[in-house]
Write a protein of this length. Structure first.
Lengths: 118, 113
């Protein structure tokens, strides 16, 4: 199956700093990637859809100026949490569909990035 | 509005038993229904998925049952093993547009030896 990686796997930062999380499709090209946030023992909540070469689409209630998304190439999307605060501490997960899949149904998820803001 | 409702929240099953997790959806535009398995600290991994044109799909020990009229679908894990202990999420998506997934709330399954 297709492989999606994320870097870093975990990060600790001070309140007020910015953190960048990378999402890469390793063996396929993805024009669209999705970013999710998951709080402990809760479900995955879609934050935004990352579109290669164009602006991201944000879900209602997600601040686009706080969560900056850049999809500069067909294999890389980045999520930058700007001016992070303790309430931004969460598990951030990206996903993408493999265009080699004829139906392009399956979303392949990355391993996630654990963010802790002190 | 919670578009995909999942139950139970947690489930304890003895080794060799059958684990059953249920989901119900509201949006009739959904036409793709996957189940994901997630271990602590890891990303979700696809287990099995179904489309509304079939009522059941089986892959190994995992079976999805789908009831379109009731807008419900369920995951059955046969011969449950301790290694199956994880959190399971049902999800749904439309076949148009971004086809983003809407997830259920999750079920924490514990299979006791």
């Amino acid at each position: 199956g297709a492989v999606v990686s994320q870097h870093p796997s975990w990060v600790i930062c001070k309140s007020g700093t910015s953190v960048k999380i990378e999402c890469r499709s390793l063996d396929f090209q993805a024009t669209t990637m999705f970013w999710y946030r998951q709080f402990p023992k809760q479900s995955l909540m879609l934050m935004a859809t990352s579109n290669e070469g164009s602006k991201a689409t944000y879900e209602q209630g997600v601040e686009k100026d706080k969560f900056l998304i850049n999809h500069a190439s067909l294999t890389l999307s980045t999520l930058t949490v700007t001016s992070a605060h303790p309430e931004d501490s969460s598990f951030y997960i990206c996903s993408a569909r493999d265009p080699r899949d004829s139906l392009q149904e399956t979303q392949y998820f990355g391993p996630g990035t654990r963010l802790l803001v002190l | 509005q919670q578009q995909v409702k999942q139950s139970p929240q947690s489930l304890i099953v003895q080794k060799g038993g059958i684990s059953i997790i249920n989901c119900a959806y509201e949006n009739t535009a959904f036409d793709y229904f996957p189940w994901y398995q997630q271990f602590p600290g890891k990303g979700p991994a696809l287990l099995i998925a179904i489309r509304p044109d079939v009522s059941e799909k089986k892959e190994g020990r995992f079976t999805i049952s789908f009831n379109k009229s009731a807008k419900q679908f369920s995951l059955h894990i046969m011969d449950s093993q301790p290694g199956d202990s994880a959190t399971y999420f049902c999800a749904a998506s439309k076949d148009t547009g971004r086809r983003a997934l809407t997830f259920g709330s999750g079920t924490r399954l514990q299979v006791q030896p």
